[in-house]
Ligand binder design. Structure first.
Ligand code: 5GP
Length: 193
């Protein structure tokens, strides 16, 4: 997605050789117009599924939520369900959970999703902002497996290919659509595949 890559080059900041800071349009401040185009591009990438072929979009809080919500508009408005990282006192019903190591926060968290919001046979796509080591995406795929739902694919805004998450998903037989694929970060330069 050229417009996204251009924006990453323009406003993205490389932090060392591993982290990409894009808080001016994706992770803190949101460029709503760009998010609309991102949502539309996801629907184009998954066009073979059909506009009404997705029952739920699954993501994880926090940055995935807005991306998933915009994607929903272009998939015929299926509900977006986001896994929670903390257990709120209001979450009294049964939930699925999976352990996820956060590479940016350097801690393990258990992501949780109420059973009532994901059921057997539902056709699901995962949408998230970044794919790095694939921990978050694999954790979400585990929740979907526990529910007996069908994972149609994973849509990612920015994949950092060098951290191996894409390979992990493909090895699990999971379809991956990434809108921008970063091959490496070198001397402060972001190099796309
Ligand atoms: P993974 O679980 O694939 O290792 O990492 C994915 C999650 O970590 C994303 O949901 C994102 O929140 C965060 N993340 C990983 N790498 C980056 C990065 O370079 N920049 C930002 N802003 N977040 C990242």
């Amino acid at each position: 997605m050229e417009i996204l890559k251009e924006r990453i080059i323009e406003d993205g900041v490389a932090v060392g050789t591993e982290i990409l800071k894009v808080d001016s349009f994706l992770n803190h401040q949101i460029d709503v117009e760009l998010f609309e185009k991102i949502g539309e591009e996801f629907s184009r990438r998954f066009a073979d599924i059909g506009k009404d072929g997705v029952d739920k979009i699954v993501t994880v809080e926090a940055s995935g939520i807005a991306v998933a919500a915009f994607a929903s508009r272009y998939f015929g408005y299926p509900p977006v369900v986001f896994a929670k990282k903390e257990l709120p006192s209001t979450m009294t019903e049964d939930y699925y959970f999976s352990e996820v190591f956060s590479f940016t926060k350097k801690k393990v968290s258990s992501i949780k999703l109420a059973k009532k919001f994901l059921t057997k046979g539902e056709r699901v796509i995962i949408i998230d902002d970044f794919l790095a080591h694939g921990q978050a995406a694999c954790g979400l795929a585990n929740l979907i497996d526990q529910a007996g739902a069908e994972l149609l694919g994973v849509g990612i805004v920015i994949e950092k290919e060098f951290q191996g998450g894409g390979k992990k998903l493909k090895d699990r037989g999971i379809r991956l659509e990434s809108l921008a694929v970063v091959e490496k970060i070198e001397n402060g330069h972001i190099i796309f595949k």
